[in-house]
Design a protein around this ligand. Structure first.
Ligand code: ADP
Ligand code: MG
Length: 271
């Protein structure tokens, strides 16, 4: 039976879709059979990142409404024999809970990993995703608003499921972080109480690859590409350490105590 991961953040623009595409591809490069599901019915663009947009004629909603089978709606991703994609439910106003849950249960048996690219916010798809997921992967950036929303995402998940929680910190600019201009890694980890799965540097390769409908991890040896590959191997249970630059964790003392005050009164977590 495969594992389901919900990729979420609360806030838009943290890199959920980028992580879904590249982590899925990195898992596929490790010979795992992977299905990526776009959960963003309104603004989904995982198809664009995978270079599949012109091929999408059937989606999640057609499967749920029994207009076609899942096999008919699922597309294979070019260059990856074991990577597959199911497009967002474009025409459905509300997700039918029972049918969606059943479909995810069936698909789970056919794949090693299913990655659910959640929309921003903590709406219906997010709740359904975390109720079915084995793990939630919270994607944040070193920005106070994104980190606060990441914390809320976890608190909400704790209400609906006992899924494991992982954290990916994306778009890190190490020089700015060392100068204290960005939240540092340790502060973020204290605010979002989840196991740190990886740190992805700011990398223009992500934007270039997205614009060209290519998957970064396929061709590119860029820093972000290497981070995605390390994250996939950690998920597969390998003990992959953090490179020196990523491991250098600095605590800006005064700054962190201010943050602690900020989050002290939030519900859901303590400490
Ligand atoms: P979300 O799905 O959370 O809304 P996206 O994955 O669409 O976020 O990413 C938002 C924007 O940030 C996109 O333009 C994407 O190319 C860019 N981006 C994501 N991760 C990185 C990164 N590590 N370095 C540079 N740009 C990135
Ligand atoms: Mg997205």
């Amino acid at each position: 039976m495969g594992k389901i991961y919900a990729i979420a953040s609360g806030k838009g623009g943290t890199g959920k879709t980028t992580v879904t595409a590249n982590l899925g591809a990195a898992l596929a490069l490790q010979e795992k059979k992977v299905l990526l599901i776009d959960g963003d019915a309104g603004l989904g663009n995982l198809d664009l990142l995978l270079g599949l947009e012109p091929s999408v004629h059937l989606d999640f909603s057609h499967v749920l409404q029994h207009i076609c089978t899942a096999e008919e709606a699922i597309l294979s991703v070019p260059y990856f024999p074991t990577l597959f994609f199911l497009a967002a439910a474009g025409k459905l106003a509300d997700l039918p809970v029972f049918e969606t849950t059943e479909l995810l249960r069936q698909l789970r048996d056919q794949y090693d990993y299913i990655l659910l690219d959640c929309p921003a916010g903590l709406g219906d798809f997010y709740r359904l995703a975390i109720s079915q997921a084995d793990a939630l992967i919270c994607v944040t950036i070193p920005d106070i608003a994104a980190v606060q929303n990441g914390r809320r995402t976890l608190a909400e998940a704790a209400r609906y499921s006992s899924a494991e929680v992982y954290l990916i910190i994306n778009r890190v600019q190490f020089p700015a972080m060392h100068r204290g201009e960005m939240l540092d890694i340790e502060s973020i980890c204290q605010i979002i109480p989840a196991m740190l799965l990886g740190i992805i540097p700011e990398d223009s390769g992500c934007i270039r690859a997205a614009n060209q409908g290519e998957i970064l991890v396929l061709s590119d040896q860029s820093p972000a590409s290497q981070s995605f590959r390390r994250i996939a191997r950690r998920l597969l249970g390998e003990k992959i350490g953090f490179p020196r630059q990523e491991a250098q964790i600095q605590v800006k003392r005064g700054f962190f105590s201010r943050l602690k005050d900020l989050f002290r009164n939030e519900t859901g977590f303590h400490g």
